[in-house]
Design a protein around this ligand. Structure first.
Ligand SMILES: Nc1ncnc2c1ncn2[C@@H]1O[C@H](COP(=O)(O)OP(=O)(O)OP(=O)(O)O)[C@@H](O)[C@H]1O
Length: 232
């Protein structure tokens, strides 16, 4: 069964079509989303999560039509470019706030704070105000917030960019962990890293999205670069 399936999906804003019409299917494992700057990766991810509406076509995620955004949003873990944290509160206060929010979601697993603090290496940060954290530290808190509901579908917008080598390695391990049982879609500009991590690839090129891998076929950097090079 696929986690997400789109048919004739067109994504964009108002009268501006960014990508599509496209058909795609996401299955458990890690799918890397690649494309040139401005090609529409963020727009596609936000549409799949029910954050912005599709312009046309259909999109089902976890067996729910995505147009019913609220139902899907509480079951998908989305990490965007913008942090979901309140900067004037401490890390602990933010996590407590999100515990109270996710407590209202129907039928989701809730992971307790001690487990999240340990898993995301946050014990030294819990009493710090989010405003005082570095970008990488803040992202770890955002990932802990995302993991709070143990989502079946995890969508991450450039989760590996700008991290120091240790946190980057930890985050790659986290993606691998999720990818063993969950469906992970993450965007990246690093082709070698995508080859190392992903089982399947979605490449946004012009209005098209090309799917590679996922069927056991070996995919090389050259294959991906050749497709990326089709657009300027
Ligand atoms: N809120 C918005 N309203 C209108 N157009 C937008 C909006 N956000 C993005 N766009 C446009 O949509 C197109 C796709 O943007 P998007 O952010 O999805 O690309 P991306 O592939 O994620 O880019 P990057 O690799 O640079 O992060 C761009 O032309 C961008 O200018």
């Amino acid at each position: 069964m696929s986690t997400a399936q789109a048919t004739g999906l067109v994504v964009g804003y108002g009268d501006t079509e960014v990508a599509g019409p496209l058909d795609l299917r996401l299955r458990p494992g890690i799918t890397a989303l690649l494309g040139r700057n401005g090609s529409g990766k963020t727009t596609l991810m936000r549409t799949l999560c029910g954050i912005i509406p599709a312009l046309r076509g259909t999109c089902r995620v976890l067996d729910v039509e995505v147009e019913d955004g609220a139902a899907v949003r509480s079951r998908v873990g989305y990490l965007g470019h913008e942090s979901a944290l309140a900067t004037s509160l401490t890390v602990e206060q933010n996590l407590e706030f999100w515990q109270s929010v996710t407590g209202t979601y129907p039928e989701v697993t809730r992971v307790g704070l001690p487990e999240l603090i340990e898993r995301f290496d946050l014990s030294e940060l819990v009493s710090r105000k989010v405003a005082t954290l570095s970008r990488g530290q803040r992202q770890r808190v955002d990932l802990a917030r995302l993991a709070m509901t143990d989502p079946e579908f995890v969508v991450l917008d450039e989760p590996l960019s700008g991290l120091d080598p240790v946190y980057a390695a930890q985050t790659r391990d986290l993606l691998r962990d999720w990818g063993r049982e969950r469906t992970v879609l993450y965007s990246t500009h690093s082709v070698p890293e995508a080859i190392e991590l992903a089982d399947a690839y979605l490449i946004v090129t012009g209005h098209e999205v090309v799917e590679l891998g996922g069927d056991g076929t070996a995919v090389t950097e050259t294959d991906i670069l050749e497709i990326l090079g089709r657009t300027s």
